[in-house]
Design a protein around this ligand. Structure first.
Ligand SMILES: [Zn+2]
Length: 64
């Protein structure tokens, strides 16, 4: 997801140019959310596997 093609409702300019405060606020919000939204399915799958492994190990430690 990029904001290159978005048109600002306030200044009618491209949001990516950041002409007005509304543009800049929207651009910052999009860029701040992008790290999570830009994760690939493979990366998410790896993260889930890692969490499961940690949970499994923690459970074994707790039982033993
Ligand atoms: Zn604007």
């Amino acid at each position: 997801m990029t904001c290159d093609r978005l048109v600002c409702a306030n200044c009618a300019g491209p949001v990516s140019e950041g002409r007005c405060p509304v543009c800049r606020a929207h651009r910052e919000r999009v860029h701040r959310e992008s790290p999570l939204g830009g994760l690939s399915p493979a990366t998410l799958f790896t993260l889930v596997l890692a969490l499961l492994a940690v949970a499994f190990l923690a459970q074994r430690v707790a039982v033993a």
